[in-house]
Design a protein around this ligand. Structure first.
Ligand SMILES: Cc1cc2nc3c(=O)[nH]c(=O)nc-3n(C[C@H](O)[C@H](O)[C@H](O)COP(=O)(O)OP(=O)(O)OC[C@H]3O[C@@H](n4cnc5c(N)ncnc54)[C@H](O)[C@@H]3O)c2cc1C
Length: 403
């Protein structure tokens, strides 16, 4: 049994802690925030998109790039950052936008997502987790014939991989999800993924971490920022906190998302892609399924008696900054999409964070630098969906290095 420190208590760090304790290790999870999920995992889109799993860089996005750069697509904003890392990240992102790389990246993401899907029921049952989970499927709404024709390619890939997905007309989809009757625009077709789900990552992580702590395999240290790694004779021996206190370990896992403070490795291939969300009361006619409005690139997820609305993909200089106009664009888009189903009139509690994106959209799960250091980083737009599968992969990677 080894003592492993996991730095970062977002969905990826909490899932890593779970997988490491399951493998018999003693784990300490550390975060600079006062509790779990203080970063990008907190109020993300909440969708467990097992069947979507598409890489961000795609031939479609490449064709759409001029419109994005000219700010004709409300969902994207690019501010060119005067930073060589950004330039290199951008070029590598574009290199991943070919049809064959998109297919390879998407297939790899779907495999990790499928592992999360397979592992989740046991984790939920073992730890009695309550997180407004509902396996009520997901619909992607396509506004026009050209877009829906392209969706057929994606559908063919998914079905060839054994993923359940159906192509529906608006009437067929409305029979399954009556809330579509309140959708204001035309719908050419719908991609329906009946096995997709949604749930609150924060409640999931809190329940999981509390359970592991009670069982004795996990210690939590919140409100503690790791300033540096302690390396002795080429091997990680622990970490040093901002207050200079040390903590010894046999191995360290970085699950620090897009912002790791002084631990950030230059040229780490992770760039923040910022998004916004709001969580509001569900009202009469609210959706039960998760819905992605492709025209506006806004996602809606039902979480108990609330609706989580998330969107925007903003790329610019680091560190990220909250832009009120971009939050307003999200709520205006939600209002324009549905005439009823949620109440946007009260206190909105605007939220913004950034997806830790790699050029390929594939997470970085590997050993790095000194012996005993491992990375579980860069889960991009799908960290919640990939979390348990990525954690399982991490333990496989670590198996030969630590005992
Ligand atoms: C608007 C939006 C919508 C999204 N929707 C979805 C969705 O519907 N489905 C989905 O699957 N994914 C979604 N995502 C993506 C998902 O949220 C991310 O991929 C995921 O949260 C990344 O998790 P993480 O644990 O790697 O990072 P984080 O959640 O950011 O956690 C990293 C943690 O590391 C800590 N940390 C960093 N450095 C240090 C240090 N030096 N010392 C101590 N602690 C440190 C931070 O405080 C932070 O808590 C969305 C993201 C956004 C922004």
């Amino acid at each position: 049994m080894a003592h492993v420190i996991v730095i970062g208590a977002g969905v990826v760090g909490c899932a890593s802690a779970w997988a490491l304790t399951r493998a018999g290790h003693q784990v300490t999870i550390v975060d600079k925030n006062p509790s779990v999920c203080g970063g990008a995992s907190a109020r993300n889109g909440a969708q467990l998109s097992y069947a979507y799993g598409d890489a961000l860089a795609s031939p479609g996005l490449l064709r759409h790039l001029p419109a994005i750069l000219m700010r004709r697509d409300p969902a994207y904003r690019v501010w060119l950052a005067p930073d060589p890392e950004f330039l290199v990240w951008g070029l590598r992102f574009l290199r991943n936008a070919t049809a064959s790389r998109f297919r390879g990246n998407t297939t790899a993401l779907l495999a990790l997502a499928a592992r999360t899907q397979a592992l989740l029921p046991d984790v939920v049952e073992t730890h009695g987790l309550k997180f407004d989970y509902a396996a009520s499927g997901k619909m992607i709404l396509y506004p026009d014939a050209a877009a829906f024709a392209k969706a057929r390619h994606g559908h063919a890939l998914k079905t060839s991989l054994g993923i359940r997905q159906d192509l529906l007309t608006r009437d067929e989809a409305t029979r399954l999800e009556p809330a579509l009757a309140h959708y204001r625009d035309s719908i050419e077709g719908v991609v329906w993924s009946p096995d997709d789900a949604a749930g609150r990552p924060t409640a999931f992580c809190k329940g999981l971490v509390d359970g592991l702590e009670r069982e004795g395999g996990l210690v939590t240290l919140f409100g503690k920022e790791v300033q540096k790694l302690i390396v002795t004779r080429g091997r990680v021996a622990g970490v040093e906190f901002r207050d200079h206190s040390p903590l010894e370990a046999d191995a360290v896992v970085l699950a620090t998302g897009h912002s790791s403070g002084s631990l950030r490795m230059p040229w780490s291939s992770i760039w923040p892609v910022q998004g916004y969300s709001v969580t509001v009361p569900a009202t009469d006619g609210a959706m039960r399924t998760s819905i992605t409005d492709l025209k506006r690139k806004i996602v809606f997820a039902r979480l108990g008696d609330q609706i989580r609305i998330a969107g925007n993909a903003d790329i610019g200089p680091r560190p990220i900054a909250f832009r009120a106009k971009r939050f307003d664009a999200l709520t205006a888009g939600a209002r324009a999409a549905f005439s009823t189903g949620f109440d946007l009139s009260g206190e909105l509690g605007a939220w913004s964070e950034a997806r830790p994106c790699t050029p390929s959209s594939q997470p970085i799960i590997r050993a790095s630098g000194p012996a005993g250091l491992f990375l579980n980083l860069g889960h991009g737009t799908l960290g919640w969906t990939l979390s348990l599968g990525a954690a399982e992969r991490l333990v496989e990677v670590m198996r030969t290095s630590i005992r």
